[in-house]
Design a protein around this ligand. Structure first.
Ligand code: SIN
Length: 283
């Protein structure tokens, strides 16, 4: 069956109809999806029936996969799959419930942040639990030339431990990082403007939940600039809102988008599997 790619919004995103991700050795399908990802930044690949092994095999065609630092939320037997879920077993959460409750791009707190993520929806609530995506190319393009020059000279500081601490203080997180896990995610700095390694385009590389300061700026001035850039990047004109259907696989490019999961009625189940592809060092 031929694949159809239909843009989903002015900002970014496209729907992919007719793909079958269980065909992990289909090179022409892979190339179509790769090109569509580079063009649209977020792909909603509809109607997938894939096993964890097929999810992993398809994801691996784009690169090495990450194992999330929160080991307690990995799919048993498949450590490269992170469970994003509000299910519990014997009163204990099986997955990370609040993976995306602040705007971010995946693993920006690592020296080599993620290239892209594939999130497979197995169970979704009847309403809510949407995911919003913002286009960081558009955010960069819309800056004035003075602002582009100013932010291009700066690096932002990214920290998972500070995000984790904040989530705990807000009362949303059941489990926080252990001391051993904190040691695996030291603070890193990345350019505020990054060049996409495949397209050559520039993106305003903010990751609002994880960027905690600007190198060489005092705390208040750094926080004020980040607030302004975060608000700029997430303005409605740059955002696509995804309303999930069961068996969607969302494949997004972490090098040029940020995302945010919205709330839902917790008496309903939202259960998803995520693979996260390793990327390269931002430049
Ligand atoms: C994530 O940040 O990867 C999770 C997004 C979501 O739960 O919709």
């Amino acid at each position: 069956m031929d694949i159809e790619i239909r843009p989903l919004s002015q900002a970014l995103g496209a729907e992919v109809i007719g793909a079958d991700l269980s065909r992990t050795d289909d090179d022409s399908q892979l190339e179509r999806i790769h090109q569509a990802l580079l063009e649209h930044g977020v792909l909603a690949i509809r109607d997938q029936q894939i096993t964890p092994e097929q999810h992993l095999a398809f994801s691996r065609r784009f690169g090495e996969l990450e194992v999330h630092v929160l080991h307690q939320y990995l799919l048993p037997g498949h450590p490269e799959i992170l469970l994003i879920s509000n299910k519990t077993v014997n009163g204990k959460p099986v997955g990370l419930q609040d993976a995306g409750n602040e705007w971010h791009t995946d693993l920006s707190y690592k020296a080599q942040p993620s290239l892209g993520s594939l999130l497979y929806a197995l169970e979704i609530p009847p309403q809510g639990g949407d995911t919003l995506y913002a286009d960081l190319y558009a955010a960069y393009d819309a800056l004035t030339s003075e602002k582009k020059a100013r932010v291009s000279a700066l690096k932002a500081v990214h920290s998972y431990t500070q995000y984790d601490q904040r989530s705990k203080q807000k009362g949303g997180r059941q489990t926080t990082l252990t001391e051993a896990q904190k040691a695996q995610v030291p603070t890193v700095s990345h350019p505020l403007v990054r060049t996409h390694p495949e397209t050559g385009r520039k993106a305003l590389y903010v990751s609002p939940g994880l960027t905690v300061g600007i190198d060489g700026m005092d705390e208040a001035a750094g926080a004020a600039l980040l607030k302004q850039l975060n608000e700029h990047a997430t303005q409605p004109a740059f955002v696509y809102r995804h309303r999930w259907r069961a068996h969607d696989v969302l494949f997004w490019d972490n090098r040029r988008t940020i995302h945010l999961a919205t709330g839902y009625d917790p008496t309903h189940t939202r259960h998803m599997h995520r693979t996260t592809i390793k990327g390269d060092r931002p430049f």
